[in-house]
Design a protein around this ligand. Sequence first.
Ligand code: PLP
Length: 403
Amino acid sequence: MANGNKSAIAKRLDGVSESATLKLNALVQAMRARGEDVINLTAGEPDFAPPEAAKAAIRKALDENRNKYTPVGGLPELRERVAKKTNAQQPEVVSRFGEWKGSDVVVSNGGKQAIYNVMMSLLNPGDEVIIPAPYWLSYPEMVKLAEGVPVFIQSREDRKFKIGVDELRAAVTPKTKILILNSPSNPTGSTYTKGEFEAIGAYLVKEAPHVWVISDEIYDRILFQDGKFHSFLDAAPELRNRAVTVNGLSKSAAMTGWRIGWTVAPPELTSAILTLQGQSTSGINSLAQYAGVAALDLPEDSFTEMVSAFKRRRRIALEILAKAAKLKVFPPEGAFYVFLGIEAFLKEGEDAMQLSETLIREAKVAVVPGGPFGAPLWVRMSIAMDDETLKKGCERLVSFFTR
Ligand code: PLP
């Protein structure tokens, strides 16, 4: 965001990027308004309805006039359910250190506010935050807003876009305060194994006692292999006092707009987050919290249909895209995106942004350019749409990339 000398806008916003997809969305909209049929493969949210039980809980709360402020950290019953879910995903933490309790949880407006709360609560000016690239595009911007310094580790495609201890060791300095991990990853869909997390955890325990971890687990339910989800702390329980688990119901329960996310964190940090949230947004919308309780009470098989649909669409997309020989297609292990390497198609001086514009104009298909994810030679397409639209979109990509 520009901030000339005369601007009234705070310097804090200097260098913080606006949404990168705004321009492309405007182009899609303009073309659609002219009657052109553009397929939008940019969706960052499930195309499913929320669980019926969550809807019923909102109706009931509404009928019962549940209109009052709730506690800053969320309704006790919601915090308890989040703790229970976390305990189930972190049995090693439970067996060594005891259970997480509702009081370790702060419910925030989506995973986004949860992560922002952590940055604002932990970072002093100049503190470094290690962000493996490609990354979810808000991480660096949040670090900057909190006056920290993003430090990127470029992960390698031949290592499935995951970082190892060597790369981490090379990036850590005395100023490093936080390492961000995100598995399954947006945008690549990469998923860390328990062993890979154990290695990172062991390094942090032995060699980097000043570094905290934010583990963003928001796509935990959307996995394509048969293996189960691995929560970072379960592989590194010794880090219980300097790791924060971030999660929420946006992606895994198709409840993006209801803004339910949370942190599970050690007491001192939780207390700081409560102070920050208490003086900024307070507790999240009360109705959404009742929906959250209902969604967290659902058995896992309530989400089988959604997860199977993503698995099927992943297969559809990979099958069709394989026909474009020079297009690199990274097969995701989780989340609902396919990451496409477009280097072979770039003209001199071009990056993914220009190519994405050309794709919209000429192939009539919209994807998200990789620049804001720290991957200027890649684009991200979503598989969160009906099979027919997805097929058509992939076929258009193939005819563009094989012409
Ligand atoms: N983390 C990742 C990796 C995401 O992709 C997103 C949403 O796109 C979020 C966090 C934030 O999710 P929420 O909608 O719950 O704020």
